[in-house]
Design a protein around this ligand. Structure first.
Ligand SMILES: C[S@@+](CC[C@H](N)C(=O)[O-])C[C@H]1O[C@@H](n2cnc3c(N)ncnc32)[C@H](O)[C@@H]1O
Length: 427
């Protein structure tokens, strides 16, 4: 567990500096205190499973545990993700912080940021993980600065709250009441929240009983286990895994409504909306996810016959089921290359009223392009699930078990009040 040679220590120190320089150069690390913490904490000693280079790879997690199916369930997260979330949490000396999901390394970074007058508690559902974290924190001298607890974080850790910040380092579908109750007024909750198959790390601030997002960044995480764990709903379009629709929230009530849907004629509509090759689609994806109730993804097995399906990316296509029409139509998005080298979005739809549903989806893409593209993105607020619909802000809502997510999409108007022309800038 300790560095074996001075050469190892020197090499690790150089790799840490390189890692920080790379993240800084790529624009992912801007905060001086987070940089200093990442230079101070010996990351490789929290990832003894990896060689020195792998331990310092800026964009890679070090997987530390798999489940019985070989799926990763615990890791030391990628430095880029940790830097991003620590910056989102705006930690200050003296802060009391709860980390959900333990590995040891990130808790040590937090300890550096909050200093000797702050406090750090890290909680994990898995005793293998907490045992490992405790041992590594001890070997690196952080054990007296980090309290390690083994528990299902969905139930909260009330004895140590309230916290100035809670940083969730596992993919969550919802925000359980314990997290809000344990957060001080004005405290920050940074959480990778899954919203109809889109995961974004939200930096939420507590304002009474609501949480208001100040920042959103795309990311991916191993899914949460325990009482607030959640499994996705799958609809097998051909009865096997060759073509699968996947949903997180508000899955179609009757999956059998789509039985035989691929036997109907395919309708194709092109939107006239094109994105540049390097332009991020996250804004469009979040807009469709928040405004189309039956939004999910389509995956198609590239080794099997696609039949009438023609996705541009078999591994991932944005898709939706027409929940308003009884769930008998579905559509997915695809792209084609324009003469300018951009990617125009189109829609393929199936089902008895495929033409109307294809138009609905295409029109949502055009609305995003006309009114929101290049804009500041939505204001996201999380309210208690009991909030009456009439009191909900925003044009779009996603209802979870504990919270309702509300999205207010401002128009992307420029300073003169004009909607900017459809350049490929923004995001
Ligand atoms: C990505 S790892 C945490 C990484 C860590 N923060 C680090 O230092 O890089 C996610 C962890 O969340 C834990 N986890 C999953 N569900 C949980 C739950 N309900 N409560 C607490 N921990 C949970 C897993 O056991 C796993 O160890």
């Amino acid at each position: 567990m300790t560095d074996t040679t001075t050469t190892d220590q020197d090499e690790a120190s150089c790799l840490r500096t390189e890692m920080v320089d790379l993240l800084t150069g790529d624009g992912y690390l801007t905060d001086g205190a987070v940089k200093r913490a990442m230079l101070a904490v010996p990351r490789h000693r929290f990832a003894p499973e990896a060689d020195l280079a792998a331990a310092h790879a800026p964009y890679d997690a070090v997987i530390t545990k798999h489940d019985e199916h070989g799926v990763a369930i615990s890791s030391v997260s990628a430095p880029q993700v940790q830097a991003m979330m620590l910056e989102q949490a705006s930690l200050a000396p003296g802060d009391r912080v709860l980390e959900i999901g333990s590995g040891g390394y990130n808790a040590a970074l937090i300890a550096e940021l909050v200093g000797e007058h702050g406090s750090v508690t890290t909680v994990d559902i898995d005793s293998d993980v907490t045992d490992r974290a405790e041992e590594l924190l001890k070997h690196t001298g952080y054990d007296d600065r980090v309290r390690v607890v083994c528990a299902d974080a969905a139930d909260g850790t009330p004895e140590h709250g309230p916290y100035d910040a809670i940083i969730v380092t596992v993919g969550a579908w919802d925000v359980p009441p314990g997290w809000v109750d344990n957060l001080a007024e004005g405290g920050r909750l940074v959480v990778p929240l899954r919203m109809r198959n889109v995961t974004q790390s939200l930096a939420l601030v507590r304002e009474g009983d609501r949480l208001v997002s100040r920042d959103e960044r795309i990311c991916g995480f191993v899914p949460m286990q325990g009482s607030d764990g959640h499994t996705e709903t799958q609809i097998l379009l051909r009865g096997d895994t060759s073509a699968v629709l996947r949903f997180d929230d508000e899955a179609p009530a009757d999956p059998h409504a789509l039985d035989g849907v691929l036997l109907t004629d395919r309708v194709e509509v092109w939107t006239g909306v094109a994105l540049a090759p390097r332009e991020l689609i996250v804004g469009l994806r979040l807009y469709l996810a928040s405004t189309l109730p039956g939004f999910g993804t389509l995956t198609v097995d590239p080794d099997q016959d696609f039949g009438p399906l023609a996705p541009s990316n078999p591994g991932f296509s944005m898709a939706a089921v027409n929940t308003a029409g009884g769930g008998r139509e579905f559509a997915y998005l695809l792209t084609r290359r324009t003469e300018q080298g951009d990617f125009e979005y189109g829609v393929h739809a199936f089902g008895p009223d495929a033409a109307a549903f294809a138009d609905t989806v295409a029109e949502q893409v055009r609305t995003w392009d006309r009114e929101h593209r290049g804009g500041p993105g939505p204001r996201i607020e999380l309210l208690p699930a009991s909030t009456p619909v009439s009191d909900l802000p925003g044009q779009a809502h996603i209802a979870k078990r504990h919270r309702i997510l509300t999205f207010s999409w401002p128009k992307a108007t420029d300073a003169d009040g004009q909607v900017p022309s459809n350049t490929n800038e923004g995001e």
